[in-house]
Structures are given as C-alpha cells and as structure tokens.
Design a protein around this ligand. Structure first.
Ligand code: DGL
Length: 263
C-alpha cells in the first residue's frame, strides 16, 4: 500500500471513540481509518491505570501490525494512563490523545464574566480513572486561578452507553440524579468520549450550561500531525472505515450505527 494510503488507527475502550471518529471522517473523508473498540474489556474507567496501560499497549501493537500510519487514542482514560509511555515506545509514530476540553470552557467562562471579577463554574464529567490521574490534576491546576473547576466522576455511565441505547430510561434517570445538584454551572466538559452520545440528556438536565467536548480538537490535531509528517492521503478517493472490536462481531455493527446516529 502507498505510504499515505495507510490507515489512521482510532481506538477506545469501546464505542465512545466513535464520537471522535465522526469528527475525523467529517474533516478528512478521504482518509482510510481503522476503528478499534476494546469492548470486551470495557469499561477502562474503573480499572487500575496499570491495567488500562497494559490493555492499551496490546491494542496498539495489534493496530500497528495492520500498518497504521498514525494513532488517535480516542479515550481520555487510556490517554491519561498510557499516552506518554506509548510515545516513548513508538517515537516515530504520530500519536494524538484526547483530554478533557477544559481550556475552551475556561475561555468561554472568562468571556462570560469579563470585567466582573467573577470566576465561572465548570463541571468536568469523566471516568473515575481519568479524574484520579496526575495528567488530570496537572490540567486542572493550570486553570484553577481562572475558573472554579469541579471534577465529577461518573461511574458506570460509559458502561450504560456501551449497552447500545444512549436514550434508555436508565441513562436518563442516572444523569438526572447525578447532575441535578449542578444547575448553576456555566459549562460542562465531556471528559469521556462516550458522553457526547448522551449530550442531549445532559443538556436537558442542565439547560443553561454550555457543553464542551474535545472530539473536534483531537481530530483536527491528528490531521495536523499527519500533514506535518507528510502522511496525508491525497489520492482523492473516498476513504474506507473498518470497524474492529475485541468483543463479538455484532459489536462492530453497533459502532457503525453509532457513527451514523444523530446526536
Ligand atoms: N471512552 C473512554 C474515555 O474517554 C472511557 C470509557 C470507559 O470507562 O471505558 O475515557
């Protein structure tokens, strides 16, 4: 295969990274992409960081055997636990991870309270592992003078979404109970790639908060890195998306359905 036509590998613990894949294929429909969901081992967000790292390395090895030209870690949890070590091991591979989009939320809050001396309130929803990681602490510390940042671990939420129906009554009740104490936040950061699929239910509970999600920024950064490495697919043909899952075959079909879903 011509070097530039090699696929971009996008991976997540399961279905969530499809929210990043959507942005990537919208920006670069000509790229070939392999999407890999480790649904057999999901959720990552409630495992130890060591185990998440181990699982991430196993997935990446598999994807590299498929000749991936770049890697998008479309999972905040795996990014926090493994991306640094992945870059050490594969220094020549363009690797882009996703992290909670706190910066644009802080900028939005500053604009909102400009000249008032008030700090905005920003709720960061993420998995328990993401919130426990040093990478997350460093990120929030960077902005603590500029906004009140409230980390909110959301145990089991990714697991509920992984079941395949983001509009289930179970999810609506879960979100209502979890989020109703936070009616006064100015912004909500979706710090897990599964959560954009339930964005409408988050908005229904917190209608006056603006929602931020890092999917678009991550996809754009991945394409920038690919371009810089002169690996852009310039063939002009439509790209092919291949879905793979560590779970059953039908799971890959579920990923495809989520790619086409209105969110
Ligand atoms: N989608 C993943 C993330 O962005 C984690 C979901 C899980 O717990 O497996 O953090």
């Amino acid at each position: 295969m011509i070097d530039n036509e090699r696929p971009i590998a996008v991976f997540d613990s399961g279905i969530g990274g499809v929210s990043v894949l959507r942005e990537l294929v919208a920006l670069a429909p000509n790229e070939n992409v392999i999407y890999y969901g480790d649904s057999a081992n999901a959720p990552y967000g409630e495992k130890s960081p060591e185990l998440v790292r181990e699982l991430s390395f196993a997935v990446v090895e598999r994807l590299l055997k498929m000749d991936a030209k770049a890697l998008v870690v479309a999972c905040n949890t795996a990014t926090g636990a493994a991306v640094r070590k992945l870059r050490e091991k594969y220094p020549l591979l363009p690797i882009v991870g996703i992290e909670p989009a706190i910066k644009p939320a802080v900028l939005f809050g500053e604009q909102l309270y400009k000249g008032t001396g008030r700090l905005s309130k920003i709720l960061v929803m993420a998995t328990p592992v993401t919130i426990s990681q040093d990478k997350f602490h460093l990120l929030t510390e960077e902005y603590e003078q500029r906004a009140e940042i409230i980390p909110l671990p959301c145990p089991h939420l990714a697991e509920l979404i992984e079941k395949g129906d983001p509009n289930s009554a179970e999810i609506k009740v879960y979100l209502r109970e979890l989020l109703s104490p936070y009616g006064d936040v100015d912004a909500v950061v979706l710090g897990c790639t599964h959560y954009p699929f339930v964005k409408r239910h988050i908005e229904a509970t917190l209608p006056s908060s603006k929602i931020f999600d890092g999917g678009f920024g991550t996809a754009r950064e991945a394409l920038r890195r690919i371009k810089n490495a002169e690996l852009e697919n310039i063939s002009g043909k439509n790209g092919k998306i291949t879905f793979l899952s560590s779970k059953a075959e039908e799971t890959s079909e579920l990923y495809r359905r989520f790619l086409e879903m209105n969110i």
